[in-house]
Ligand binder design. Structure first.
Ligand code: AMP
Length: 287
């Protein structure tokens, strides 16, 4: 694997179609799973590490976001990356950069309600990175489900020529979804954070048992969130996050603050293949 900072170096080193895994670094086994999935295909695997200032709001954790390029390079290489692309802020946002990609109403929903500008920041940087890296395929985690939906829409709406692929969420043995932000949790907070996967597992179990009333499914999950600062717990249609009806693939999404750390998680609810346990309750997402 080579580490490069300029897009021209990516173009020089790549052979065949490029599969791209954009990240903000602080890589963990969740990111590694995306890179392994990318490496299972042919061509070149490019992983980017760029902590994008424009997707953090005022008072969010941009300043304290963990950064360790050497550790990221080791993990990316082990997982099968060919090129680690670590551009500077000036490369991604050169003087005069003025364009914003606005994903429309979905950017104001769910996480967008408390993070105005976040999804425009994500859509803009990812579109810009596509331009710099020129991938045919890009892989994103379902862990950030709304982000995946936004980026699918952006790729289709703007005919970017990039096939957007969603990959399953990787969890710790106790069910907590891996996240770079878990590093901010004290051991007490980490225990309390287990309420998120417990809530989703309860919803999946109730769905498995035949419960199809969305309000009731949400209530079942909410019982596990007592004591947390819950931002939202909602059931939506999995394709575009519109209203859910029981005949459709659904997704239960939760966002909550544990101490000062904001965590999100979700679980898919497949009417044809209802899951019973967290590990097996993540059916294939719609494409
Ligand atoms: P981030 O660096 O947190 O912006 O994430 C980069 C990519 O890794 C995004 O596509 C995330 O959805 C994905 N990702 C983060 N955590 C996980 C996880 N636990 N399992 C799978 N993918 C993940």
């Amino acid at each position: 694997m080579i580490i490069v900072h300029e897009p021209a170096e990516v173009a020089r080193a790549a052979t065949g179609p490029i599969t791209f895994v954009p990240t903000m670094g602080a890589l963990h086994a969740g990111h590694a799973s995306l890179v392994s999935l990318a490496a299972a295909g042919s061509g070149t695997v490019v992983v980017s590490v760029f902590v994008n200032p424009s997707q953090f709001g005022p008072g969010e954790d941009f300043g304290r976001y963990p950064r360790d390029l050497a550790a990221d390079a080791r993990l990316a290489e082990r997982a099968g990356a060919d090129i680690l692309f670590a551009p500077t802020v000036e490369t991604v946002y050169p003087v005069g950069f003025a364009t914003t990609v606005d994903p429309g109403p979905i950017a104001m929903d769910l996480c967008g309600r408390t993070r105005p500008g976040h999804f425009a920041g994500v859509a803009t940087v990812v579109t810009r990175l596509y331009g710099l890296v020129q991938p045919q395929r890009a892989i994103f985690g379902r862990k950030d489900y709304q982000q995946l939906v936004v980026l699918r829409q952006t790729a289709v709406d703007l005919a970017l020529g990039v096939d957007v692929v969603g990959a399953p969420t990787v969890r710790d043995a106790d069910g907590l979804a891996l996240s770079s932000r878990n590093a901010f949790l004290s051991s007490d907070e980490r225990s309390r954070a287990l309420a998120l996967p417990a809530c989703l597992a309860a919803i999946a179990a109730a769905h498995h048992a035949g419960e199809r009333d969305g309000t009731h499914l949400e209530a079942v999950g909410r019982e596990h969130l007592a004591g947390l600062a819950v931002e939202y717990l909602e059931l939506r249609a999995a394709d575009r996050l519109g209203p859910w009806t029981p005949d459709r693939l659904g997704v239960a999404l939760v966002a909550a603050r544990v101490g000062t750390t904001r965590l999100i998680d979700n679980i898919l609810l497949d009417p044809a293949q209802p899951g019973s346990a967290l590990a097996s309750a993540f059916p294939k997402e719609p494409s």
